[in-house]
Design a protein around this ligand. Structure first.
Ligand code: C2E
Ligand code: MG
Ligand code: MG
Length: 737
């Protein structure tokens, strides 16, 4: 190696361009045991230039020394190798070492020998890819010159092929690597890495992304000394030459080359990218070709990435309000680790009315306005999403997701389109998440929030309720009870009890109210107050109600010869049952089947029926009237209906709620409300029945007010069929008239 150093020094003295890096010269290795041959060769080739590059000489005086030099990793274009050196076949041994041990297939080898007798076999020449074989005497200056020129050219070609192959391999890996769905930022920084690897330069570069035009372009990824520029708008890039070449590339949609290489990547959806890397040298044709292939491959990967993002958007974003959807919301909850978080479900009140009274597109605008306000009010740490129709989800820090903040959103009316300001309210259910909840699944947490929301909807519309475990217990109990009720109904374990309706003046039994009873396996009764709401909510009330009606009619028919002809059965009809479209036909069918007349029954409706949809009610009631079926308003005074409505609907009777009869009474004017109801009802020609008469005094009082009829423990509790028959018999004379 000392030879090499001396040699370079020699160059420095002789040639001012010798300071060029050896990569810009062709490195020639001369291997020969005769020092004269070295000197002569160098002299012959000294001022030679091939393809614009000079030659640099390295000298080895034995095969062993040559091996050491070669192992140092210099990029040699040609080795001029003597065949016979320390041994007869040292030269060939060296070539074998170069090709088979070092795996260097690029270096061109010219064998030289002093004695023609040592010429190797033609097969050996082929096997070791030896360019030329000459006797030393044959190698005149001219011949040497042309042999070296041919060897260097073929070396350059091999190198170019190798680098193209390597480049294509890299592009293939890059396209595969970048084709993985990693997100835009990692994709962009991947481009810089792969591009620099391809050009074998240090990682110095950046990537800009823009929407079709370069006006809104900004730096998406940057490496090396440009790292600080990430996020910077393109127009603010401090280096004018980099900014200009990126702008030019984005505008012309073409690669541009100046102080660096600037590549253009068209994408799907009008989103484009440009990458800039510093290149400290001129790129040759081969490299430019590789860059074109790189661009087209990476553009495909970029397009795929955008398609993937679109698909991801569809899976995780609600397209109407542009918020994360239910999937994204569940993912957000699942990512909850140790921080104290709150999950809230926010449901708009009366949204279905907005949709049906106004129209769907107005409904869409309302949802968008609510979504926008929700997103504006909560911090970025809170995931605001739309779960379904008018149900929104919030998941974020507990100090952010509060009932106050939720209600603040609805305190100001919404301006939708050009219409009147719209007042909206929402009901919400909240769940507080602790670190210990992190093993609870998101679906379970949503269920709990849903339970709180349901409870709030039932009891405090427009407000928030926090989930508590006992709330869930109550819900579970209800579900359990409901499934037992279903079984009881399907196995005929429901019964009717009957409570006499009595003429207050003479005590005659004028009828009976049918009351539902469910006796459980252990002989206890579940009160109707628990059964009815449960059955109403689950849809079970309709079939149960029909059963009650048919059973009551059958019972009344069975009493034919035991009671007065006017004896009526009062049947309670629930809201859900009455609103069923088939209710009236079903009733008519049952009545006809029973052989009874319309006046044998009276239906008892609760006030909740009479507050909504008056037209539908009026139609049904008039159908009932036409069959002489009378209708009473039950529990009157506890709801919102006025006597005026009762008259408009042509009801027949008012049942005064027992709270005005036997409940705790005010000291001033104890039966005041009951009296007022009786007086007003009389004026409106409505009959009255007082419920809950427990004492003789109450009977007297009602009688004096003018109430004709009543029911209550004073006369009898509700009793079963047999007990009622006994009661009738005791009462014999009176009930028979
Ligand atoms: P309701 O229609 O007002 O029935 C009268 C309720 O007052 C009955 O309660 C009855 O046992 C009770 N009661 C009668 N006299 C007295 C009394 O002197 N003092 C007191 N404290 N209470 C008295 P029950 O049987 O528990 O029924 C409760 C409610 O359940 C009924 O109120 C009715 O609204 C509903 N219900 C009962 N059976 C049915 C049915 O088959 N269908 C429908 N839809 N509702 C029913
Ligand atoms: Mg009733
Ligand atoms: Mg009642």
């Amino acid at each position: 190696m000392t030879q090499e150093t001396n040699d370079l020094l020699e160059f420095t003295e002789e040639d001012p361009t010798a300071s060029l890096a050896s990569s810009q010269r062709w490195n020639i290795l001369i291997v020969d045991d005769e020092p004269d041959v070295h000197a002569v060769t160098k002299l012959a080739l000294k001022s030679m230039q091939i393809e614009g590059r000079e030659l640099a000489f390295f000298h080895a005086f034995s095969a062993a020394e040559a091996m050491t030099i070669l192992e140092d990793g210099h990029d040699f274009a040609v080795a001029l190798v003597d065949v016979v050196m320390e041994q007869e076949n040292s030269g060939l041994e060296l070539v074998h070492h170069i090709r088979d041990i070092l795996g260097n297939h690029a270096i061109r080898v010219i064998l030289r020998t002093g004695q023609p007798g040592y010429a190797p076999e033609i097969d050996t020449l082929r096997q070791y890819d030896i360019n030329d074989y000459k006797t030393k005497t044959e190698l005149t200056q001219v011949r040497l010159f042309s042999a070296i020129t041919i060897a260097i050219r073929s070396y350059a070609q091999i190198r170019q092929l190798e680098s193209a192959r390597r480049g294509l391999g890299l592009i293939l890996t890059a396209a595969t690597e970048l084709g993985k769905p990693t997100g835009l930022n990692r994709f962009a920084s991947g481009i810089v890495t792969q591009l620099c690897a391809l050009l074998e330069i240090g990682e110095e570069g950046l990537v800009c992304a823009a929407e079709a035009s370069c006006s809104a372009a900004s730096v998406l990824a940057a490496a090396g000394s440009y790292s600080d520029w990430i996020g910077l708008p393109l127009k603010d890039i401090p280096e004018p030459h980099i900014r200009d070449s990126l702008e030019l590339t984005l505008q012309t949609r073409q690669n541009s080359f100046g102080s660096g290489a600037c590549l253009f990547f068209p994408g799907a959806r009008e989103r484009v990218m440009a990458a800039y890397v510093d290149v400290p040298r001129l790129l040759d044709e081969g490299e430019l070709g590789l860059l074109r292939i790189f661009c087209s491959n990476i553009s495909v990967a970029y397009e795929n990435l955008q398609l993937y993002e679109t698909i991801k958007d569809l899976a995780y974003v609600d397209t109407l309000v542009k918020l994360p959807n239910r999937n994204a919301f569940l993912t957000s909850i699942d990512s909850h680790q140790s921080e104290q978080n709150t999950v809230a479900l926010v449901d708009l009140d009366g949204f279905s009315d907005i949709n049906s009274i106004l129209d769907d597109s107005f409904g869409d605008l309302v949802l968008q306005a609510v979504a926008q306000r929700l997103r504006g009010v909560f911090s970025d740490k809170t995931c605001v999403s739309r779960i379904s129709s008018d149900l929104f989800g919030l998941h974020g820090p507990t100090e952010d997701v509060t009932p106050e903040r939720i209600s603040s959103i609805f305190s100001v009316p919404f301006a939708i389109g050009n219409g009147e300001p719209l007042r909206l309210s929402a009901t919400s259910g909240l769940v507080l998440l602790h670190a210990s909840d992190r093993l609870t699944s998101a679906v379970e947490i949503m269920k709990n929030a849903g339970a709180a929301l349901k409870q709030a909807k039932r009891t405090q519309r427009g407000k928030s309720i926090r989930y508590q475990a006992d709330l869930a217990d109550a819900a579970r109990d209800r579900m359990h009870l409901l499934s037992r009720l279903r079984t009881a109904f399907s196995t005929n374990r429901l019964q009717l009890h009957y409570q006499p309706l009595v003429n207050l003046r003479d005590g005659r039994i004028v009828g009976a109210e049918c009351l539902l009873r469910w006796m459980t396996e252990d002989g206890s009764f579940v009160p109707p107050d628990r059964i009815i709401p449960l059955a109403e909510q689950s849809g079970l009330m309709v079939p149960i109600g029909e059963w009650v009606l048919r059973t009551a009619l059958k019972w009344r028919a069975s009493l034919k010869d035991r009671v007065e002809e006017t004896f009526r059965v009062a049947i309670n009809v629930s809201h859900a049952q009455f609103c069923e479209p088939d209710f009236v036909p079903m009733l008519m069918d049952a009545l006809t089947g029973s052989g009874l007349a319309g006046h044998h029954i009276e239906l008892e409706l609760t006030e909740s029926v009479a507050v909504e949809n008056l037209d539908m009610i009026a139609d049904k009631l008039s159908a009932l009237r036409s069959r002489d079926i009378s209708v009473a308003m039950d529990d009157f005074g506890t709801g919102y209906s006025s006597l005026g409505i009762l008259q408009r609907l042509h009801l027949n009777r008012v049942k005064i709620d027992r709270s005005f009869v036997s409940g705790p009474l005010p000291e001033v004017e104890p039966y005041g409300i009951a009296k007022t109801i009786v007086v007003l009802a009389k004026q409106l020609r409505l009959k009255t029945t007082a419920e809950g008469i427990e004492t003789e005094g109450q009977r007297q009082m009602l009688l004096e007010t003018g109430c004709e009829e009543g029911q209550g423990y004073l006369f009898s509790r509700p009793v079963d069929e047999n007990a009622f028959l006994q009661f009738l018999e005791q009462d014999g004379g009176k009930s028979q008239g």
